[in-house]
Design a protein around this ligand. Sequence first.
Ligand code: NAD
Length: 542
Amino acid sequence: MANANFIISRPSNEKVRIYESGSLDRQLLEAELERLSNEVIDIPLIINGEEIRTSERIPCTMPHDHQKVIGYYYAAGEAEIQTAIETAIKAKESWEQLPWEHRASIFLKAAELLATKWRYTMNAATMLSQSKNIHQAEIDVVCELIDFFKFNAYYMDQIFNEQVISTNDSWNRVEYMGLEGFVYAVSPFNFTSIGGNLATAPAIAGNVVLWKPASTAVYSNYFVMKLLEEAGLPKGVINFIPGKASLITDVILKDNRFAGFNYTGSTNVFSGIWKKISNNLEIYKSYPRIVGETGGKNFIFAHESADVDSLGTSLLRGAFEYQGQKCSAASRAYIPVSIWSRLKRKLIKDISTIAMGDVKDFTNFMNAVIDEKSFKKITSYIENAKVSDDAYILCGGGHDDSKGYFIEPTVIIAKNYDYITMREEIFGPVLTIHVYENEDFDKMLDICDKTSPYALTGAIFSKERNSIVYMQNKLKHTAGNFYINDKPTGAVVGQQPFGGARASGTNDKAGSKFNLLRWINAKVVKENFTPPTEYGYKFMEK
Ligand code: NAD
């Protein structure tokens, strides 16, 4: 064991590449898109580093061309889950013994491989399987995942340097260990990087993990596993177990070594699993750590002094990039009537130029929504708005699932500020706007605060400093990530650690020191140099 305090310098964020026409990056990416879309890959479970295939084989298709199969994955059954648990517990012995700098090295190496050799494959896989354009894929699976790997290594070093006061006669030391048992990571479809981070953040801190990816993102998430293998992640530290969510969860939650749940996804699923964990509480060796980042109903609130051009662009990008399928997407807006006609003109004009289609056509700003279930859910909100007395469609509203799950960028005007699409998470390219009378500014801030159960992201637009302070104060509990004169999406690791409160989750800020702490058990050791030899105290002397 080396005797030294190793230092990981503060990383800088991975630079987002442009992929402009004719560039080498673009050529390499296009070649990879071509290669992957002409192959059908086989995606086994990975348990203890071994590839396992079960009798249940499920196709991976492309949302923008849903009949096109690009892979098949196998669903884990009860026996495979049990094996994964035993494997993980076994792997833990050597994983937690590994000097921390070697654990960190694996993820720093993964970051470097992703920035170079794996960049185009990971981008292409995410573009094809989750229907992202190149910019959306690059900021997700390349830049954000590299940042997660590097910053988590850096934060781990920072945490290990946190020590306590010692005295002349005793030395106090804090040791940081992983949790006793295993961590269960369950990830959503919308960011490949989130899946990668949910599995690796606990691992870097010394934990072993069972990772269940979302069924619609198994394809790209599998490549993350392969990248980690190439970076040298020891067998059994992270076990990849796609399959039926409720079955896998029920088997895992019955094991007394279940020590932590690292979840991102919708609020209802999280609440359901938390209840199951509570019901099983007596069986667990330790109180499980529960981390969940969940839904949102993110707002943009404009003051009458707002700059209309930047407000319009932020509404458009915030609501429609990646088809509105970002947990942080702007989905409701409050606009003062005095700026509405100018804003309306800009929105209608800009939205009319949005191109939508296949990810291989680089002129497309938007692609398809993830699957049939989402398509049906989103379009039912749109169809309801078309016949409602409380709302009307300003632009968009069309949809077509004949080839891919395409939904036009849609703006609903809610005459009633409490209309359903002002309250509920839709998770699609639908923005609802309520236009308010300028004199109702104060009342409308209260309404914005109380309208939805979530508190994930929110943005205010104003050019008047006093109103910014006022709005910030009135809306202080409405968002874990709050933006002033900016869209509410696009959080960057190390710059805007991400997470929300209320029904949006436990706000443990993915990609930060706070999050890593949840996967760490601290032990304080006091070493006494002069232990007392008599039990009495001076005050007792005659
Ligand atoms: P989802 O809730 O459908 O699925 C999330 C994960 O939970 C998937 O792996 C899924 O298989 C699993 N799951 C579903 N039912 C389950 C059950 N009964 N038991 C155990 N696991 C179950 O969410 P999604 O559609 O993949 O992602 C969209 C949701 O995620 C939105 O609500 C969005 O706001 C949220 N999200 C939040 C954040 C954040 O940081 N707050 C980030 C990304 C996505």
